[in-house]
Design a protein around this ligand. Sequence first.
Ligand SMILES: Nc1ncnc2c1ncn2[C@@H]1O[C@H](COP(=O)(O)OP(=O)(O)O)[C@@H](O)[C@H]1O
Ligand SMILES: [Mg+2]
Length: 237
Amino acid sequence: MTADPILSVAGAVGGYGGADILHGIDLTVGRREIVGVIGPNGAGKSTVLKAIFGLIRLRQGSIRFEDQDIAGWPPNRIVRCGIGYVPQVDNVFREMTVQENLEMGAFLRREGLEAALERVYVLFPDLVEKRRKPAGSLSGGQRQMVAFGRALMLDPQLLLLDEPTAGLSPRYCEQIFQIIRDVRAAGVAVLLVEQHAKQALAFSDRAYVLASGRNRAEGSGADLLADREIAQMFLGG
Ligand SMILES: Nc1ncnc2c1ncn2[C@@H]1O[C@H](COP(=O)(O)OP(=O)(O)O)[C@@H](O)[C@H]1O
Ligand SMILES: [Mg+2]
């Protein structure tokens, strides 16, 4: 638990229309906190992020962001209240240029577009020379940066990142982790789903282990890393 969380999910139950996938998930994210979510494939990690972002409707439970219950809100309203989301797959418009992708992230923004672009290009210098190239022509790591940058274009207070390092080379992984630190230093809270469980625990302030749509464990990243049972079950021994 977190005192004065920016996000708090309580008793989240829901799925994709058939059987429930989430069976009562609880989690909180504090201000400027990096919170990891790990667990086996199919545990419901991506589904939790989709529920927070309004892409699936919960059958039960609440999602509080700041002082509002946002459960049931559509994504366009959620993005406007300060939550950015980077999906696990298909997260760029491939035919559009890098810069057009970034501008799409700011479609709700009436002013400050140039300044927002500038901030993103400072965080992701690799994208500057690619800005007129179709996003589909970029490497996986660079596309991940475009998706990440696009989510930053509206200055979110909370970022939902679904496996931002999946399939990336160690160099890009380290770069993405460094950018997450920079974003947090700028005041943003981060909820980070990661396949690289050990790395995620070492990196996160706090983390949740999910299994079969339920909370399995939670604690500081360091405590979970040191937990032998968790290590055996979820971290490959
Ligand atoms: N669009 C969908 N429609 C129906 N079932 C889905 C859909 N997406 C995921 N699922 C199912 O929900 C469960 C949890 O998936 P997911 O949240 O993607 O797991 P994780 O991200 O932890 O690997 C899985 O059993 C998966 O097959
Ligand atoms: Mg997933």
